[in-house]
Design a protein. Structure first.
Length: 444
């Protein structure tokens, strides 16, 4: 074996070892994240069955002014609670959604709520502060109310991101995503065709070899989807998400800044909800709008996109609370490249682009489950009785990676702090295993 061939063999043994550790760390969390993610992508169909009586109404000749619906919602909300924002109807059969928060604070999905608003079954998860009151826009009849976190989509998202626990548990999903990224990178390197190899599964391959070929092929075939899912997931995380946002801001990719000191003129009568909605519709693209009222006499109205399935129609609008004059507007063209990428990637991660998006994520989820199962099947087929079953490291394996490989590893650790911490612990474990191995060989 020449030096070049032996160098490749040493690197491959190291990547196999890292791939194994990544799978060992990430598999339990990845299994839960995949199963809960598959549940979450069917949110539109599930909510259509559960909340038809809340979200939709029978269209009639004409709608009442939006103020009538907001007033009806206020009468049904707990005493002293304030309107947080309003979602006017976009389609003719849409209900008005009025979000309320308790006195003295913004909605907090982790705390409980009280009050006497009518509750609609079924409910999911724990009660939360923010509640939504649903109103028929044609006759201002209250259809019911529901705590924000009790809606299935919010419950399923919390289950997927932190197992229905508080933010202190988010580190588990972040740890899994970090090591899944390592699994993806090392898996692609191990699969990469060399010489006459095609990288495609061979017909008739059986046993551990067949499992290995399909395991590698499916993992790489959906590599782009995996990269999008993992990257967008990490942007929501606590530690890695903070690093990513810092890098975004330093590189000039922060969202367009809203000018400071925007205030209303306080000249004339203030706009009511209906008038504010008309102003928003005259400036916003054809998409569902979320309206937020001024917090004080000199504050401004705010309008934003309420439908994430059409990211190119994203907008942010602020206008005078008396004259309706636009004071700030940022549409799709004002977003940075990073903002546009996340505006597309995050809804894709959630399956919000329609049936094709859901179907692709379902195939992806099933493939991840196959990869996890096949990986462990191969492990138990390879593992000798009484051994740990660790992939064998060739001498000099830890010094064999190229400068580019070390640079990629350093960049990943810099962006993913939990990977750096857990990777350091793994290095210590490897040193202990190596020391134990030397002692065993010396004792023979």
């Amino acid at each position: 074996m020449d030096d070049a061939t032996f160098l490749i063999a040493r690197r491959k043994s190291l990547y196999w070892r890292i791939h194994f550790w990544a799978a060992l760390i990430a598999s339990p969390f990845a299994l839960v994240a995949t199963l809960t993610g598959i549940l979450y992508i069917f949110t539109p169909q599930i909510e259509a069955r559960l909340y038809q009586h809340l979200d939709h109404v029978a269209p009639q000749a004409s709608m009442l002014p939006l103020d009538a619906a907001v007033a009806a919602a206020e009468r049904a909300a707990p005493h002293g609670w304030t309107v947080r924002h309003v979602l006017p109807p976009f389609q003719h059969d849409d209900a008005v959604q009025v979000a309320f928060a308790p006195p003295g604070g913004a909605p907090d999905e982790h705390a409980g709520h009280g009050g006497h608003a009518v509750q609609i079954k079924p409910k999911f998860g724990l009660p939360a502060q923010a509640i939504i009151v649903y109103v028929n826009p044609y006759d201002a009849r209250v259809l019911g109310s529901l705590a924000s976190s009790e809606r299935f989509g919010n419950w399923a998202k919390k289950l997927h991101s932190r197992l229905l626990q508080n933010d202190g548990w988010r580190w588990m999903i972040e740890l899994a995503a970090s090591w899944l990224m390592v699994m993806l990178v090392t898996g692609v390197v191990l699969w990469w065709p060399r010489g006459a190899q095609s990288g495609l599964p061979k017909r008739g391959a059986q046993g551990r070899n067949g499992w290995r070929q399909w395991h590698a092929f499916l993992g790489v075939a959906l590599g782009v989807v995996s990269l999008v899912i993992l990257t967008t997931g990490l942007t929501w995380s606590q530690q890695a998400g903070g690093r990513i946002r810092t890098l975004r801001d330093v590189s000039g990719q922060a969202p367009p800044p809203v000018p400071r000191g925007l205030h209303s003129s306080e000249e004339g009568a203030p706009l009511d909800w209906q008038e504010a909605w008309q102003v928003a519709r005259s400036h916003a693209p054809a998409i569902a709008v979320q309206l937020t009222a001024p917090a004080s006499q000199d504050d401004v109205w705010r309008a934003a996109m309420a439908d994430r399935s059409q990211p190119t129609l994203r907008f942010d609008l602020q206008f005078d609370a008396y004259s309706g004059k636009p004071l700030y507007y940022a549409g799709w063209e004002a977003q940075t490249a990073f903002g546009k990428a996340t505006a597309i990637g995050i809804p894709f991660h959630r399956g919000e682009f329609g049936w094709w998006n859901q179907a692709l994520l379902l195939v992806f989820g099933v493939s991840v489950l196959f990869s996890l199962v096949s990986g462990w099947v191969m492990f138990f087929k390879r593992r000798l009785p009484g051994s740990l079953g660790l992939p064998r490291l060739l001498p000099g394996a830890w010094t064999s990676p190229s400068a580019l490989a070390w640079l990629v590893a350093a960049g990943m650790c810099a962006l993913m702090p939990l990977l750096l911490v857990s990777g350091g612990m793994l290095v210590l474990l490897e040193l202990l295993l190596a020391r134990h191995g030397r002692r065993r060989r010396a004792a023979r």
